[in-house]
Design a protein around this ligand. Structure first.
Ligand SMILES: CC(C)(COP(=O)(O)OP(=O)(O)OC[C@H]1O[C@@H](n2cnc3c(N)ncnc32)[C@H](O)[C@@H]1OP(=O)(O)O)[C@@H](O)C(=O)NCCC(=O)NCCS
Length: 157
């Protein structure tokens, strides 16, 4: 069932929760790269958006995304929904917010990398018209390949 969420910019006090969620559900088995300090720096960076999905009545966000913007392309760096709220449209809402923002900024392409073994992420991004464009050997700390996906915002819905 769909969960109603508000999507908005993350607040500094939410940095730790974002970093811990990243460590638990994205960086599993790797060194912790997205520490609270790095998330805070991303929040302070004018070319990066750190956004969260908030559900009424809950103290902590139930999902987040971090995306940086270049001149022509945006790079989706980190993205997750808490396990208890998955498959309820929250990830899709976060992604739609990011895509709308990129379109408004005149950016034509979003690219991202996922772990080679992360089938669910592959299904998720394909369901949003992202296509696999590359395989990056040893991208994750030399121990795991990444699949690179991209979406042409001018061509895709
Ligand atoms: C990938 C992730 C963000 C998806 O978030 P979500 O809120 O569950 O996604 P949605 O509910 O919006 O799903 C949209 C579509 O993606 C596909 N999808 C998502 N999860 C799926 C699953 N477990 N199995 C098959 N398809 C799936 C489906 O097509 C789904 O549409 P449907 O439910 O109508 O069939 C979430 O699974 C997650 O946080 N995973 C761990 C972290 C991660 O892998 N991050 C991405 C790489 S950095």
């Amino acid at each position: 069932m769909k969960v109603d969420v508000d999507i908005g910019l993350a607040r500094p006090r939410e940095a730790r929760g974002i970093a811990v969620l990243s460590r638990e559900v994205i960086e599993t088995g790797l060194d912790w790269a997205w520490t609270p300090g790095r998330v805070l720096r991303a929040m302070a960076d004018a070319s990066t958006n750190v956004i969260v999905a908030r559900e009424a009545g809950l103290a902590h966000p139930i999902g987040f995304a971090i995306m940086s913007y270049g001149e022509q392309e945006a790079h989706l760096q980190l993205f997750a929904v808490v396990p208890a709220r998955r498959r309820a449209g929250v990830g899709s809402e976060l992604l739609q917010w990011l895509e709308a923002t990129a379109r408004t900024a005149g950016i034509g392409v979003i690219r991202l990398e996922t772990r080679d073994t992360n089938r669910v992420a592959h299904w998720f991004y394909r369901s949003h018209s992202y296509v696999e464009v590359d395989r990056l050997r040893g991208y994750y700390q030399g121990s795991e390949d990444a699949l690179r996906f991209a979406k042409d915002l001018l061509a895709a819905p």
